[in-house]
Design a protein around this ligand. Sequence first.
Ligand SMILES: [Zn+2]
Ligand SMILES: [Zn+2]
Length: 267
Amino acid sequence: MISLTVLGSGSSGNCAVLRSENACLLIDAGLSSRRICQRLEMVGLTVNDLDGILLTHEHGDHTQGLEVFCRVSKAPLFSTSYTQAALRDHFVKSSPTWRLMQTGSVFEFKDLRIECFPVPHDAVDPVGFLICDHESRLGVLSDVGYVPNLIRDRLGGVHTLFMEANYDAILLDEDTRRPWPTKQRISGKHGHLSNDQAAELVEHIAHSGLYQVVLGHLSEDCNHPDIARSRIELALREKAAHARVICADRHAPTPWLEVAMKMLLPV
Ligand SMILES: [Zn+2]
Ligand SMILES: [Zn+2]
């Protein structure tokens, strides 16, 4: 069974860990290295427990701790070749091992099957992940401007969806601190997902085996966990009212979350 904990998530930094029976992977390294190490410890892990680091894209809020972290971690970095090219020059005091993924490909790693699929976002080659072991399926959808059919199809049947719900459309519209071009970037096709867009995807993929939706990347000024959670709960009401909705915090790790609930799995 795969379990997930989000070490921290928000516009300022994103980092999560998943573990299965045989594998332990970091997803992005957007907190400082020191903070990643502290939070790993808070969830009962050390740097040496990691078997790899999956990278969704090169933006700083997903990679800012990576170079320093790679001085203490020998875990290989899984990224696409374009993302590697965008990041390579940052590695001045560490030389990590790269394991290149082809966008749209599937690969096996220990007891996991990992599929990386392209997502629309203003990075060089951003990807989302579908990560499965023999009994559970986890969808990881970080920064994404909108949800094309390909993503909906990939995420059908997941037991847990970890996805961004970046902003509430009204709060973003009313925000006085962001200039208009920034608002356009955030809400554009290569920006981020609103609560409504996230809800639309959740409604589409909801099924009786969907156990939970973990929301991340919430904007500090233009979203609120209560607003995001209730919007997603509404989207689940018809087909997966039993599913729980958890908002990841920027300041502290979530508990370990089992990706599927055993009683919902087919025998
Ligand atoms: Zn990004
Ligand atoms: Zn981001």
